[in-house]
Design a protein around this ligand. Structure first.
Ligand code: ADP
Ligand code: MG
Length: 221
């Protein structure tokens, strides 16, 4: 479902190119999940952004399903990302002026279908345990509740890949636990590929496949 082959990425600096990813390969089937750990600045977010097609690699190949997303041009790539990839960030990235329901529906506005997705959004909001908060704004929710909204939003377009960058980094232990449970249930329930970046050993221990990102490459731990 998701296959990365020899991804490389460097960023230009005043003293020359700074290599971040030197040779990253990973393959995950439908329903599989993996956790990526590694020191701050090792390139975890860069890697997740490339796997989610937000950034392109300098070289190497990514396939999601049977598509090479980077062969697509701007608009087509954005549409592909909208349809196939769900993101959960450390900071929830919810729109403050929108209700929970509206936030969950946001990704459907960009999708080119004209179906009313409200029922589906309400179902996801129920799945993350926030039915009675549907009309609330993000400011009225706890950190854990906001992350659960972010998970519902990531799922609204039925993505094949869900990527979470330190999703429990800002949460207390109990909220982190409930967010982790929701994420970990996804691969089996929806057949998605799930990749989570975390500093939490507690969260990492729940994954079958664990990797360290060190010196620009992924090594199984
Ligand atoms: P991590 O998520 O593991 O903490 P990042 O992927 O955010 O690491 O960053 C890896 C390195 O790349 C850091 O040294 C960071 O400063 C650098 N970096 C990230 N994005 C950019 C960018 N757009 N331009 C230049 N350098 C960047
Ligand atoms: Mg990061």
């Amino acid at each position: 479902m998701l296959r990365a082959n020899s991804l490389c990425k460097s960023y230009p600096t005043r003293s020359g190119d700074l290599p971040i990813l030197t040779d990253v390969s990973v393959a995950l089937d439908r329903g599989e999940s993996a956790v990526i750990m590694g020191p701050s600045g090792s390139g975890k977010s860069t890697l997740l952004n490339i796997l989610g097609t937000l950034e392109s690699p300098d070289s190497g190949r990514l396939t999601i399903g049977d598509q090479d997303p980077f062969s697509l041009s701007g608009c087509d790539l954005a549409r592909f990302r909208n349809q196939h990839v769900g993101f959960v960030f450390q900071d929830h990235h919810l729109l403050p002026q929108c209700s929970v329901l509206e936030n969950v529906l946001l990704p459907t506005l960009a999708a080119s279908n004209s179906d009313d997705c409200t029922a589906q959004a309400e179902e996801l909001i129920e799945q993350v345990g926030l039915t009675n908060r549907s009309d609330h704004r993000p400011a009225e929710l706890s950190g854990g509740e906001r992350q659960r909204v972010a998970i519902a939003r990531a799922l609204i377009n039925s993505p094949s890949v869900v990527l979470a960058d330190e999703p429990t980094g800002n949460l207390d232990r109990r909220s982190a636990e409930s967010v982790a449970q929701l994420l970990l249930a996804l691969p089996a329930a929806d057949g998605v590929v799930l990749i989570v970046v975390t500093h939490s050993e507690l969260l990492a221990d729940k994954f079958e496949r664990k990797f360290d990102l060190l010196d620009g490459t992924l090594t199984p731990r």
